[in-house]
Design a protein around this ligand. Structure first.
Ligand code: AMP
Ligand code: ZN
Length: 112
């Protein structure tokens, strides 16, 4: 999608600090971290949010969770982390390319 920030990051048109990349997904550090470890994982194929997950595109969501579990071991935060995906304005979604926040490195608060 030509006017999508995260599509531009995936394409290398906007710089990012890469954590991981494969054929299906791209992970990069959040520009405004909310925890000592805070990165985002996005599918390379654009869709807006978890509200647009279908039987067809669902496999990439499972793949992303598997990648996160592997990164947690490799990066040393498998003792505890949070995966969050915001859907829509009420949840605070600001970039409309589905992304999974991975947060770790501190005691994370409860939801409100
Ligand atoms: P959300 O509010 O769930 O849509 O999350 C969007 C996230 O993208 C926020 O945590 C932002 O800090 C992050 N973000 C915005 N622009 C960039 C960028 N250029 N590089 C890395 N992270 C970004
Ligand atoms: Zn996109």
């Amino acid at each position: 999608m030509s006017d999508c920030l995260f599509c531009k990051i995936i394409a290398g048109e906007i710089p990012s600090k890469k954590v991981y990349e494969d054929d299906l997904c791209y992970a990069f550090y959040d520009i405004s971290p909310m925890a000592p470890t805070h990165f985002l994982v996005v599918p390379k194929a654009h869709f807006a949010s978890a509200a647009e997950v279908t039987e067809e595109n669902a496999p990439v969501v499972g793949h992303i969770y598997a990648v996160i579990a592997e990164l947690a071991k490799e990066m040393g935060f498998s003792d505890g982390y949070r995966v969050v995906t915001n859907v829509g304005e009420l949840a605070g979604q600001t970039v409309h390319h589905i992304h999974f926040h991975v947060l770790s490195g501190k005691q994370l608060g409860s939801f409100n």
